[in-house]
Design a protein around this ligand. Structure first.
Ligand code: HEM
Length: 491
């Protein structure tokens, strides 16, 4: 392991590319001073990442970005420290148990179908019409998370969330500036927008809490569990419930929307992989919608989703701050206050575990292939006591969304096809621009068999593009029969 001091000008290129370059040049453990004087350790070997996230977790606090995100999320699960975190994690955990996930499956499929039912009319745009996949996935994941966990549909408030995420992404770099705590009190930079965004989200969440209390029925979703929870310190305050609910909504939709967008883009790009996915879907659910219980049988879809999160990990870095001096198993001394980071982009693109790392290949995730790699060569959901509470939820959402879409639609990319999807590292890894995907109803195979004539003619991509750009969304009409799939009851 090499330790190197890097100069400040190199550090200013703070991005996945910077961390990848560090790993390539300096090896598994890189240590440097940040421009604002903090010692930072970057762990690039899976064994060191395991030490950081699991073995040494007790020596750490949240990293600086999450510490500053407390200004938005309050003391929710993502940002809180012990002992509050452990208490809250235990309270929230039942909402993510396997039995609950099975119940969410129906909602995931239903809302995905509602989304695709509004995709443009296949008769008017027979060659395939453009959708903006990221906007679609943001709306879908927000609705799924809010319906399943908070018992409310935020469909009418999606723009509030989209605007707020934009403001928060601008706020976080500002919050890391020296003297930010003072600057935050002034109406400077992103602060006015930040206050407005927080007020709008607070209205929404406190409104949900008031409504639930007024109904007198708590219900068995996460919001109900939070409102009903009582321990030696009494019931949770509305403020604490707000922090947890907002955290779940933001953490639950942002990363997942990005993950699903990247996956749709990869599927649209690789027609051979798409055909294999569709063959699996047609075998598992030939004449009905996918069910939560199909999840385990859709192994190839799961591998595609896994490979997409390898190449484009929505959470691209995990960070901690040392709360005390300690020594790692390797003998490396970590001083109190040091910043520690492990980047998913670095580990997921490391050619030692991923030959030809930029190639998209779902076969990397067969059981046999997985057994050849160290555990933390792949950690899209983090690890240790702070690993993602929504991991099971996200897998279910990814696989069932892909199954529901591909059961009915062919996806492709507009020409000329981009070799790579431009990505920008913000708080999460996000698409840089709109992500355009062409959707065409399936002509052959279930469930559109026999409806091919409705979709055959020469289409006009320019017109389709115009339709998408002007935001016109036509519902299907009686001229364009909506392909029907039998809705089977979950057993
Ligand atoms: C593909 C989708 C997702 C990805 C890639 C992802 C990634 C992550 C990662 C890497 C962490 C660990 C952060 C750290 O250690 O500092 C995390 C934590 C967390 N995630 Fe996710 N997540 C996803 C989906 C979800 C969903 C669907 C939910 C909720 C519905 C959720 C809620 C949370 C919460 C509450 C935490 C904090 C857990 C704790 O500290 O106890 N995430 N996520």
């Amino acid at each position: 392991m090499w330790t190197r001091f890097l100069n400040g000008s190199l550090f200013s290129v703070d991005s996945p590319a910077f961390y990848k370059q560090n790993a390539e040049r300096y090896g598994d453990l890189v240590s440097f001073l940040t421009p604002n004087g903090f010692r930072q350790f970057q762990f690039n070997h899976p064994d060191l990442i395991a030490e950081m996230l699991v073995r040494d977790a007790g020596h750490h606090l949240r990293g600086v970005v999450l510490e500053r995100a407390r200004g938005i999320l309050g003391d929710g699960l993502l940002t809180s420290e012990e002992p509050l975190h452990l208490r809250q994690r235990r309270l929230c955990q039942p909402a993510f148990h396997r039995a609950r996930l099975a119940a969410y499956g129906g909602e995931i499929v239903r809302l995905t179908r509602e989304m695709t039912a509004a995709w443009p009319n296949p008769v008017a745009d027979p060659a395939g019409t453009r959708i903006e996949a990221h906007a679609e996935m943001v709306r879908l994941t927000l609705r799924i998370t809010s319906r399943c966990l908070l018992g409310a549909d935020v469909n009418d408030a999606v723009q509030t969330f989209v605007d707020s995420m934009q403001v928060f992404n601008d706020y976080l770099p500002f919050a890391l500036l020296p003297g930010a705590r003072f600057l935050e009190r002034l109406p400077l930079g992103p602060m006015p927008g930040m206050r407005r965004a927080l007020a709008a989200l607070d209205d929404l969440i406190f409104g949900m809490i008031r409504q639930r209390r007024a109904s007198g029925i708590f219900g068995d979703d996460l919001l109900g569990m939070l409102l009903e929870a009582e321990d030696s310190e009494g019931f949770m305050s509305d403020r604490q419930v707000r922090d947890e609910a907002l955290t779940i909504l933001l953490a639950g939709h942002e990363t997942t929307a990005n993950a699903l967008t990247f996956a749709l883009w990869q599927v649209a790009k690789h027609s051979d992989i798409q055909a294999r996915m569709r063959a699996e879907i047609d075998t598992v659910c030939p004449d009905r919608l996918p069910l939560a219980s199909d999840f385990r049988s859709l192994g190839y879809l799961e591998r595609v989703f896994a490979e997409s999160m390898r190449l484009y990990p929505p959470a691209w870095v995990v960070a901690r701050t040392a709360r005390e001096d300690y020594t790692m198993a390797s003998g490396q001394r970590i001083p109190k206050g040091a910043h520690l980071i492990a980047s998913q982009v670095v580990a997921h693109h490391d050619p030692r575990w991923w030959p030809d790392p930029m190639r998209f290949d779902p076969e990397r995730f067969t059981e046999a292939a997985k057994a050849t790699r160290p555990k933390f060569a792949y950690f899209p959901f983090g690890g240790g006591a702070r690993y993602c509470i929504g991991e099971g939820f996200a897998w279910m959402e990814g696989v069932l969304m892909l199954a529901t879409v591909l059961q009915q639609w062919e996806l492709s990319l507009p020409k000329p096809q981009q070799a790579e999807l431009p990505i920008t590292p913000k708080f999460t890894l996000r698409p840089t621009h709109e992500v355009e995907i062409l959707t065409t109803p399936r002509e052959y195979g279930s469930p559109l068999r026999g409806q091919a004539s409705a979709t055959q003619s020469s289409g006009c991509p320019v017109h389709c593009s115009h339709t998408a750009m002007t935001g016109e969304r036509r519902s299907r009409s009686s001229e364009a029969p909506q392909p029907e799939v039998v809705l089977a009851a979950e057993t």
